[in-house]
Write a protein that binds this ligand. Structure first.
Ligand code: C2O
Ligand code: CU
Length: 685
């Protein structure tokens, strides 16, 4: 949301503006000439004015954010704002009137030396001090915003931050007064000999550097993941270990016996690919294809997939994203299996119970391996023969890391694709977003319907004529239309149709140019289709209510100082482990008070969206497994705990997950023998 950004920008800018004002104010009395005094005074006043404006903007942003809920502003209203606003009030009350008096002695461009009484007026703590405190306050607010931003806000945190702030203000006051008194007595603006002054400055600098370095080392060390850790142990720390009975993840398998209806072999290997630009690039692929082979099965079939790792040194797995498989088949390294190392293999077996568009990808080092190409489409078709002529195709959206920065791609490689469809054919495009960001999709030349979201059909979808799609990272949209006697274009941007690797043309013959993509409203699943009966209604009583609040701050993850994305103020392994029991109805509330999208993905279950920003979903039941929670948004979602295991619940911006944006849902009593950590091969994200 805009105001989150505005507030943050002002928080970062205020110490800069305030710093310039304070620098000039504190040096005004040392001005050699009346002209110098004039310019220092003027500069201090100008920057104080700019700070005042920034503060006004920040306060407005906080008030507007507060309308969405106290949760969005609690730290801003109890710390950031008063820490800057109180000294700002003192500036208005004391500094500005005092500055007017000093101004009399300041003469533009004058070379005349300053009189002692002018110096005394310019050094008076009553004028300088509020400007200095204002700077310290804006610094404290910025530190709070960058390092301490969190929910829930603890009273202890507020007290601690205020105490540190108050201590600094007090020390500053003592120093100001002492300097002023010395100045009154000695009449000299300088105190002590040059050597003493320099050693003081040096001493202060050294202390600051030392404190920062020790804090940094300590923080880095404390954040290191242990050599070995089991996520299940972590869970029992949360539940107190009073589970009904214990079962291992290794027992929660798909059917281990029986002849599979479908078997596939996927071999993970390094493959050199050539982009249409001629650029050669190493990709990591399943079976040398990019995306990996499109796997299609029929509903109810027993599927067996053998994963072989040829030469991916870090090891690989396959996670069946969108298929609610038994826990042991879920493909999460270090949780449901060990990563499959070179020359090893692993067999997944499960029944394809629900129809829909899904995808698969490695869940070992997923942020890197999906980016490198270890992903493909997994489609479960209904077990019927379709009445009409149909053209059914998957379209994968992916972000390529090309030499010259990131380039996006739609479909196979960075090449315009053409498909032929006879007029009257029922076309079904299965869009899969394998990238880390929301993906805009424009369909021009035909009215279309969104038939399914994340593999679940929409109830009574309607034709859309000028809507744009914006697909969550990890999410899927099935789009259907009847092929017109015209050219249809699919592209990732508005405006004139771009004939590049981000476009797909479907035409009755192999030629023609599709119409331009119009910039219509963004398709909103919350009000699309018509309601239908579901397991959840307004009167549902939930057995568990969990709240997950997302935010950003600077911090350490596994020894590395970085920008982290937090869940309830924490990152993995401290991020919440939510416990449930089989059969329970669980409600989760997602709130995003940071400024990045967080496409949340719960493994092993589908969530039903109940409301967004307090407004109930009015259209078809909206059932998802990758739900984009944009900055400032609040979602209430629900699911039935019907698939025992330990499941990841993480952000599908895999770069966020890789720095700890990963929570878990654990069924009481489930244990995992698999471990993560530097002494193991497993690194799920
Ligand atoms: Cu598609 Cu945990 O991932
Ligand atoms: Cu995220």
């Amino acid at each position: 949301m805009l105001w989150l950004m505005v507030n943050f920008a002002m928080t970062v800018l205020l110490p800069i503006f305030g710093g310039i004002a304070a620098w000039n104010a504190s040096r005004a009395y040392r001005a050699p000439t009346k002209g110098k005094l004039y310019s220092r005074l003027r500069s201090s006043l100008i920057w104080t004015g700019i700070s005042g404006l920034a503060l006004f903007v920040k306060a407005t942003a906080i008030v507007l954010l507060g309308v969405s809920g106290w949760l969005f502003v609690e730290d801003k209203a109890t710390m950031q704002l008063p820490m800057v606003a109180i000294p700002a009030a003192a500036i208005v009350l004391f500094s500005i009137p005092a500055a007017k008096a000093i101004r009399a002695a300041a003469v533009k461009a004058s070379k005349e030396p300053l009189m002692v009484q002018d110096r005394l007026a310019a050094a008076a703590p009553g004028w300088v001090f509020p400007v200095l405190v204002s700077f310290v306050g804006s610094l404290a607010a910025a530190v709070q915003a960058l390092f301490i931003a969190q929910w829930p806000l603890k009273t202890g945190t507020v007290i601690a931050v205020w105490s540190v702030y108050a201590t600094f203000v007090y020390l500053l006051w003592i120093r100001q007064k002492r300097n002023y008194c010395r100045f009154v007595v000695t009449g000299s603006p300088k105190t002590g000999t040059l050597a003493v002054r320099i050693s003081w400055k040096f001493g202060v600098l050294l202390t600051v550097v030392l404190v920062a370095a020790v804090g940094f080392m300590f923080g880095a060390k404390a954040s290191r993941l242990p050599e070995r850790m089991s996520m299940a142990d972590h869970m029992h720390a949360h539940t107190g270990g009073n589970a009904p009975q214990f079962v291992s993840v290794t027992e929660l398998t798909g059917p281990r016996t029986g002849t599979p209806d479908r078997s596939f072999t996927l071999e993970a290997k390094k493959t050199m690919i050539t982009l249409p630009s001629g650029e050669k690039k190493e990709a990591w692929t399943y079976n040398g294809q990019l995306p990996g082979p499109e796997l299609r099965v029929k509903q109810g079939e027993l599927v067996e997939v053998t994963l072989i790792n040829k030469d991916i040194d870090e090891g690989v797995t396959i996670h069946w994203h969108g298929v609610d498989v038994p826990n042991r088949e879920d493909g999460v390294a270090g949780l449901t299996q060990d990563a499959v190392m070179p020359q090893q293999k692993h067999v997944y077996r499960f029944i394809a119970e629900k129809t829909g568009t899904n995808w698969y990808h490695s869940h070992q080092q997923s942020s890197k391996q999906v980016q490198m190409g270890l992903y493909g489409v997994f489609i479960v078709e209904p077990d019927i023969t379709l009445p009409q002529k149909t053209a059914d195709m998957a379209v994968v959206l992916h972000n390529w890391q090309a030499e010259n920065g990131t380039s996006v791609s739609l479909g196979e490689l960075n090449r315009l694709q053409r498909k032929i469809a006879e007029p009257g054919t029922l076309v079904r495009l299965r869009f899969v977003n394998a990238g880390n960001m929301r993906a805009p999709i424009h369909i021009s030349g035909v009215p279309f319907q969104v038939a399914a979201i994340d593999g679940t059909d929409i109830h009574e979808p309607k034709d859309l004529t000028d809507s744009r799609l914006d697909l969550a990272a990890g999410g899927r949209y099935d789009v259907t239309f009847v092929m017109p006697n015209m050219v249809v274009g699919i592209s990732r941007q508005t405006g004139p149709f771009a004939h590049d690797g981000n476009a797909l043309v479907i035409s009755p013959s192999n030629e023609g140019v599709p119409p331009d993509a119009v910039k219509g409203p963004i398709f909103d699943p919350a009000s699309y289709g018509t309601p239908a009966k579901t397991k959840f209604g307004p009167d549902t009583r939930y057995d568990r209510n969990y709240k997950l609040v997302f935010d950003n701050r600077l911090g350490f993850y596994n020894g590395k100082f970085t920008f982290v994305h937090t869940i309830n103020g924490t990152i993995f392994p401290d991020a919440p482990m939510l416990t449930v029991r089989e059969g329970e109805l669980v409600k989760m509330t997602f709130v995003n008070r940071g400024f990045d999208d967080h496409p949340m993905h719960l493994h092993g279950h589908h969530i039903q969206v109940l409301s967004r920003n307090g407004k109930a979903v009015t259209g078809s039941p909206w059932i998802a497994d990758a739900l984009n929670v944009a900055p400032g948004e609040t979602y209430e979602v629900a699911f039935v705990a019907d698939n025992p295991g330990i499941w990841m619940d993480h952000c599908h911006n895999l770069d966020h997950a890789a720095v700890g944006m990963s929570a878990h849902i654990a069924y009481e009593g489930v244990l995992s023998p698999f471990e993560i950590g530097s002494a193991t091969v497993n690194l799920p994200e």
